[in-house]
Design a protein around this ligand. Structure first.
Ligand SMILES: CC(=O)N[C@H]1[C@@H](OP(=O)(O)OP(=O)(O)OC[C@H]2O[C@@H](n3ccc(=O)[nH]c3=O)[C@H](O)[C@@H]2O)O[C@H](CO)[C@@H](O)[C@@H]1O
Ligand SMILES: C=C(OP(=O)(O)O)C(=O)O
Length: 424
């Protein structure tokens, strides 16, 4: 397994290009299953989850090919299978999103139940109830969700008890090909939902209100091919902003958009990091010691759970105490013991973590436990005294592209040590 070696203490200065959003690109790839013509997606990030999604779509018989080099994918062809198997769904949770599109397009889907993962139990009951409200018959058998709609889906009113991102996406995609109109109430409002609706509309869907919490989907007979560019990754952008804040740097995050992440920008500013929107992206600057603050993760437009671990690392070296309350996932504090091994002073009290800022962290051997936790340890390594060795970087590779290249270009000392090839 590859690992990273990070030598702390370098100020970051320069430019970092923000890639396409993982949490949008994966969903847009899935959306292509609804279309009769090819969907050409540009600005697709070079990350492991996108490769896993290519494998999954390939198993359904779908053709996914790079056009004009990396970053642009053409997705289309005939669907030969309606099954998303356990080995892929367990590797990548976004696989559950093939359920709605396969059901709408093929009248049937068999998708492995995703189960829990390192950050929490992550049930999918809201996805299933929403699809049932559109007329799907759903059975759970041998660890699989078996959904059928032999006569097609019928639009209806779905009220989500919680604005689940995944349920909103699954139901919205399925409803594009249902007969009649669907109203999705208390829908998620994340920017990636709007990106998905815009892409579906470019394919001929009729969706309105995708940023408002009530989404109306007028079903159409068929969707057609389109060209669409994946939105910039607001979480990658926020992650690098934390790196700049901690290292006292000055970096232009090319393509970064303040409008997608006002809660994160506000929190950075409260901590003493300067963030301004420029024509080419977000300019992030910091000087001197940061200040502690309190944060609670919430559905968008609140502070995102996907930025919680990175802020934890940043606040671990801020002046004074901070408290972070995690309300989305019950087990998303796995980075805390690792940060403490580097000298942080963090205690967990139920769903809250109390962070007492320390002056210095020290390099250590640490282990990544999940995607965002991995980056919190890189952030700690960037300011720690001495060397940090971060193992299990496959978690990080799921969702961050070219990390060592992007950070090194701004003066960080970080290198990937490749695992020796297996003898064989
Ligand atoms: C609201 C929120 O912050 N969603 C995040 C969630 O999306 P993801 O789509 O994975 O999760 P949801 O938004 O669906 O779920 C958030 C919460 O709802 C609960 N739930 C969800 C579905 C369901 O059928 N039943 C149910 O009880 C979950 O247990 C969890 O407590 O993780 C992604 C990856 O980290 C993030 O990018 C999303 O921003
Ligand atoms: C946890 C994440 O992704 P996933 O839902 O794919 O596990 C994430 O993007 O932070």
């Amino acid at each position: 397994m590859d690992y990273f070696l990070i030598e702390g203490g370098r100020r970051l200065e320069g430019r970092i290009p923000v890639g396409g959003a993982k949490n949008s690109g994966l969903k847009l790839m899935v959306a292509s299953l609804l279309s009769e013509g090819p969907l050409i997606l540009s600005n697709v990030p070079d990350i492991a989850d996108i490769r896993t999604m290519r494998t999954l779509l390939g198993q359904l018989g779908y053709e996914v090919a790079e056009v004009d080099g990396p970053g642009t994918l053409s997705l289309g062809g005939a669907i030969h299978s309606v099954e998303a198997p356990y080995d892929i769904v367990s590797r990548m949770r976004a696989s559950i999103l093939v359920l709605g599109p396969l059901l709408a397009r093929m009248g049937e889907a068999r998708v492995s139940l995703p189960g829990g993962c390192a950050i929490g139990t992550r049930p999918v009951d809201l996805h299933l109830k929403g699809l049932e409200a559109l007329g799907a018959e759903i059975q759970l058998e041998a660890g699989y969700i078996h959904a059928r709609a032999p006569q097609g889906l019928q639009g209806g009113r779905v009220v989500l008890p919680f604005p689940s991102v995944g349920a909103t996406e699954n139901i919205m995609m399925a409803a594009t090909l249902a007969r009649g109109t669907t109203e999705l109430v208390n829908a998620a409002r994340e920017p990636e939902i709007l990106d998905l609706a815009k892409c579906l509309n470019a394919m001929g869907a009729r969706i309105t209100g995708a940023h408002s919490g009530t989404i109306t989907i007028e079903g159409v007979e068929r969707l057609h091919g389109a060209h669409y560019a994946v939105m910039p990754d607001r979480i990658e952008c926020g992650t690098y902003a934390c790196a700049v804040g901690m290292t006292g740097g000055d970096v232009l995050l090319e393509g970064g958009r303040m409008a997608d992440q006002e809660a994160v920008v506000h929190a950075l500013q409260q901590a003493g990091v300067e963030v301004t929107q420029e024509a080419e992206g977000l300019r992030v600057r910091s000087q001197g010691r940061l200040r502690g603050l309190d944060l609670t993760t919430e559905p968008y437009p609140g502070f995102p759970t996907d930025m919680q671990a990175q802020f934890m690392a940043m606040l671990s070296v801020a002046e004074g105490a901070s408290m972070i309350t995690e309300t989305i996932f019950e087990n998303r504090f796995m980075h805390v013991p690792e940060l403490n091994r580097m000298g942080a002073n963090i205690t967990i009290q139920g769903r809250a973590a109390v962070i007492r800022g320390v002056e210095h962290l020290s390099g250590a051997r640490v282990m990544a436990t999940d995607l965002r936790a991995s980056f919190s340890l890189i952030l700690a390594g960037l300011v720690a005294e001495g060397e940090t060795e971060l193992s299990r970087v496959y978690h990080l590779d799921r969702g961050y592209e070219h990390v060592e290249k992007k950070l090194s270009a701004c003066g960080a000392k970080i290198k990937r040590v490749k695992a020796p090839a297996k003898a064989g």
